[in-house]
Design a protein around this ligand. Structure first.
Ligand SMILES: Cc1cc2nc3c(=O)[nH]c(=O)nc-3n(C[C@H](O)[C@H](O)[C@H](O)COP(=O)(O)O)c2cc1C
Length: 187
């Protein structure tokens, strides 16, 4: 598969086989992130691969958050279970964050570079026959959720990558805007 095909055919996959990726497979994906373009080469991205204990801690935080945000009439047990279950969708979860830079321009650039690094991981997974999904769950905007996965104050989370082997056929590509919708040719 060449780069053009990989970009065109990568899809968000939300149903995964239960087996986690091996450590070598995950390392092989994260190793590619280093090729993201990055002004000043600060290498600002961090990828935390969630293990059994951090997953349990994250589920607890997600359950507590779901209950705290719910109306009083809602059933707390149902809400907690649903919030936790969402974190079982993929066998391998990776938190993507950026190390904040005190310089506002570099901070913005580093965040962009980290998004590219995350996309490289998804694209590499696809090129290797694996599946991925970039999710931005509310629990990673919550102090207890961040603590559960060890993200310190000096980092900002961009997403939670779900990785594994697809348990569904890729769906049709969601429609994209036309070139004329976003390309502006200036005199
Ligand atoms: C920064 C970012 C955040 C995303 N967050 C979510 C999310 O929270 N939930 C979700 O279902 N999809 C999320 N997605 C996936 C997009 O919905 C998906 O890429 C889009 O529907 C296009 O589908 P495709 O990836 O198959 O081309 C996110 C994608 C990006 C790049």
């Amino acid at each position: 598969m060449d780069a053009i095909d990989a970009i065109r055919t990568r899809r968000t996959v939300k149903a995964f086989a239960p087996e986690p990726l091996s450590r070598d497979e995950v390392a092989g994906l994260l190793e590619m992130a280093r090729w993201a373009p990055n002004h000043k080469l600060t290498g600002p991205w961090r990828f935390r691969v969630i293990g059994p204990r951090s997953l349990e801690a994250l589920k607890l935080a997600a359950a507590a958050q779901a209950c705290a945000d719910a109306p009083e009439t809602a059933d707390a047990n149902t809400l907690s279970a649903a919030a936790a279950a969402k974190l079982d969708r993929a066998p391998t979860l990776v938190v993507v964050s950026v190390v904040r830079n005190p310089d506002p321009t570099l901070d913005l650039e580093d965040e962009h570079a980290t998004a590219i690094a995350a996309y490289i991981v998804l694209l590499t997974a696809h090129a290797r026959g694996l599946a991925g999904y970039w999710r931005t769950p509310a629990v990673l905007r919550d102090a207890d959720g961040l603590a559960a996965v060890g993200v310190p104050d000096g980092e900002r989370v961009l997403g939670l990558l779900h990785l594994g082997r697809a348990a569904q056929e890729p769906g049709a590509a969601p429609a994209r805007g036309d070139l004329d919708d976003y390309a502006i040719w200036l005199d």
